[in-house]
Design a protein around this ligand. Structure first.
Ligand SMILES: NC(=O)c1ccc[n+]([C@@H]2O[C@H](COP(=O)([O-])OP(=O)(O)OC[C@H]3O[C@@H](n4cnc5c(N)ncnc54)[C@H](O)[C@@H]3O)[C@@H](O)[C@H]2O)c1
Length: 271
């Protein structure tokens, strides 16, 4: 399926690590829709992941950037503008990491240095990215910026640990900075709140397999895949969503509006 919805549009995709990554799938969908991309990831991810395979299949350069470093962000944006010969139309922030989650530290016993690091990578990096784009006047009018979130920002999921707080902060930055991006640059900023998805970051969450099944049973349309999230992001980067901004958009098969489904009731019925 290709409608060339993004023909002539150019942008930066953060966070493609391997073929399961939501960002990887999004880069492929954008390419299929005629968009041009500069790929980026943290230096360590460039060494360990397989981003170069993706890059060669979609004719994209890859620039290393730690999303918490203003110097790296400035260098990346300068490169992208000179590579494209003009400003950007879209940017995807698909970045998340909790050191506490990764090291199995419980929410009731957090290491605060790790919390600060995870918060910087998962949430504050989005402010740093938006501020760097804003100061450099790097976006074309009617451009679109998306970051990926999860419903633990609104509801309690005990195993999601301090990532829940990071996502709440990320969504708030989208609204707060999105105001200035809209007023001053005519650029929209939104978060997409995606279903649980089996990726490297997702697998850091304890009990992900059972949780995927629970979400699948709860969502009337079933869990949204990485590819489906990619297609939704294409729509958010297209000219068909020009007045959608400051929103947290649920892309979860209906999970966020369901109290309990019949399948879940049936699965816990006493025998
Ligand atoms: N997998 C899920 O269940 C799920 C659900 C909802 C939202 N999300 C969100 O989707 C986004 C993408 O995650 P994913 O599931 O595709 O997993 P992923 O592991 O493939 O992607 C996470 C990316 O973050 C990058 N990253 C980490 N630290 C970085 C840094 N300092 N600078 C730049 N990049 C850095 C990693 O290298 C990796 O590419 C994340 O924001 C995640 O929280 C995931």
């Amino acid at each position: 399926m290709s409608h060339k919805l993004l023909a002539g549009k150019k942008g930066i995709i953060f966070g493609a690590l391997d073929s399961q990554s939501i960002a990887w799938n999004t880069a492929q969908s954008i390419f299929n829709e005629g968009g041009e991309i500069v790929l980026t990831n943290a230096p360590v991810a460039l060494r360990m992941g397989s981003i170069k395979d993706l890059a060669s299949s979609i004719n994209s350069p890859v620039i290393a950037a730690d999303a918490t470093s203003i110097d790296d962000l400035e260098n990346l944006i300068d490169f992208a503008i000179s590579h494209f010969g003009g400003k950007l139309d879209f940017v995807l922030h698909s970045i998340g990491m909790s050191v506490n989650l990764r090291k199995g530290k419980e929410y009731t016993d957090l290491n605060y240095d790790w919390m600060t690091k995870g918060w910087d990578i998962s949430a504050v990096s989005f402010h740093k990215l938006l501020q760097t784009l804003y100061k450099k006047d790097a976006m074309n009018p009617w451009g679109s910026i998306v970051a990926l979130s999860y419903i633990a920002a609104q509801r309690t999921f005990p195993n999601y640990n301090d990532m829940a707080d990071n996502k709440a902060y990320l969504e708030s930055i989208a609204r707060s900075f999105g105001y200035f991006m809209g007023k001053d640059k005519k650029v929209r900023v939104n978060t997409i709140s995606q279903s649980p998805t089996p990726t490297t970051a997702g697998q850091g969450v304890k009990g992900l397999d059972q949780f995927l099944k629970y979400a699948q049973k709860t969502s009337p349309l079933g869990n949204a895949s990485a590819k489906e999230c990619a297609d939704y992001t294409v729509m958010m980067f297209s000219d068909y969503t020009r007045k959608v901004t400051l929103q947290n958009l649920y892309h979860d098969g209906g999970f966020s509006s369901v109290g309990v489904s019949q399948e879940v009731i049936d699965s816990i019925q006493e025998k």
